[in-house]
Write a protein of this length. Structure first.
Length: 367
């Protein structure tokens, strides 16, 4: 066999036989060397039983069943690993994409493409779909293109072909197992400079269950998942920098709250500022330890780190003052700009101090 068509299924008893008949009829009339592969996961209806009956009639039908619910993406991924054909195409169970595009996908793969995707968004595409689904698709693909700088127009069409050899090495680091799987595949394929070809397809919405789609609720959920995935792709040091900034903002708010509380109760006097600074710094130390630099354990060295944290904070504050004075007195900047410049330098110096000294140090006898 040269090509496998993998169809993931979860509780598809109403459509599995129709899907098989469409595929079998097409393959029988073509001269393409194709095998049908059904990948079921966590089915609680009669989907698996129906497939077993189909296998009695067609010995070439391949079925991989995963009794536990592992998600559409994981089911496809494991099927990819099991089949031995050089080319693998996956299609959604509704077979919404016209099968006349299968030879085109295979041709592109034979000519060197690593991934070939059907697109409902290109000029020559023909797409019949409901209004709500059209709005969601436009919003979703716009977010993917914006957040990940993807050059593709359609990331969710259930019709994609892969050069198996190119993809086996990259499947292990795919984290998504559900609906987001194919989007993650496409984003990472582009980031690895794999050759991705997008072709226009004829596509018709045959999913009767889509009427249950919650436009606002599901759009919100998928937007959150996209932002979460975008966050994971940032370099670890950049993630720490952003978290450090958030902690810095919370530190300022805590200090202001302490000053307000003192003023509202016993009075703050001159000692209120250093007291508020100490409370705010303690807050930032705990949050940076647990949240920014992921030091979960509290050991003897934690106290040592705390005092080093305070000391380096004073040094960073001194650097801020010197930079601000230099920018205002020597350079001649307005005090607002001078203070802003000093704050930026202060922030970066603190981050370097805390990342490479405070939370990097190791004292073996204390750990």
């Amino acid at each position: 066999m040269k090509t496998s068509i993998v169809v993931p299924m979860w509780n598809e008893e109403k459509r599995v036989e129709n899907s098989y008949n469409k595929l079998y009829e097409y393959i029988s009339k073509s001269d393409l060397d194709i095998q049908i592969v059904f990948a079921t996961n966590g089915c609680t209806d009669k989907t698996v039983d129906i497939i077993n009956e189909l296998k009695k009639k067609d010995s070439n039908l391949i079925h991989y069943d995963y009794p536990e619910s592992i998600g559409k993406g994981k089911a496809i991924q494991q099927a990819f690993e099991m089949v031995q054909t050089p080319y693998v195409i996956f299609m959604d169970c509704d077979i919404a994409t016209d099968l006349k595009h299968v030879p085109e996908v295979i041709e592109h793969l034979e000519n060197g493409a690593d991934v070939v995707i059907g697109s409902r968004k290109l000029k020559d595409s023909e797409c019949k779909r409901g209004f709500k689904r059209r709005i969601f698709s436009t919003f979703y693909n716009s977010m993917v293109r914006t957040l990940f700088r993807s050059k593709l127009r359609d990331h969710q069409c259930g019709f994609k072909g892969f050069r198996r050899k190119s993809f086996l090495t990259s499947l292990n680091d795919i984290e998504s197992s559900g609906w987001f799987w194919d989007t993650e595949i496409l984003i990472k394929a582009q980031r690895r400079n794999l050759k991705v070809v997008e072709i226009p397809v004829h596509w018709e919405d045959l999913d009767e269950q889509w009427s249950k789609f919650n436009l606002l609720g599901d759009t919100k959920k998928m937007a959150i998942n996209l932002i979460r995935f975008r966050w994971k792709l940032f370099a670890p040091w950049f993630q720490q920098l952003i978290k450090f900034l958030v902690v810095g903002v919370s530190n300022t708010l805590v200090s202001i709250f302490i000053l307000w509380l003192l003023d509202f109760t016993i009075g703050r006097g001159f000692w209120g500022y250093p007291f508020a600074y100490l409370i705010g710094t303690t807050n930032s130390f705990i949050l940076n330890k647990l949240f920014t630099f992921k030091k979960k354990r509290f050991t003897k060295i934690t106290i040592f780190r705390y005092f080093i944290y305070l000391g380096l904070g004073i040094i960073a504050g001194t650097i801020y003052s010197l930079i601000a004075i230099f920018l205002e007195v020597i350079i001649g900047l307005n005090y607002v700009y001078a203070s802003f410049g000093g704050t930026i330098i202060h922030f970066m110096v603190q981050f370097v101090f805390y990342k490479f000294i405070v939370f990097k140090m190791k004292v073996k006898k204390w750990e």
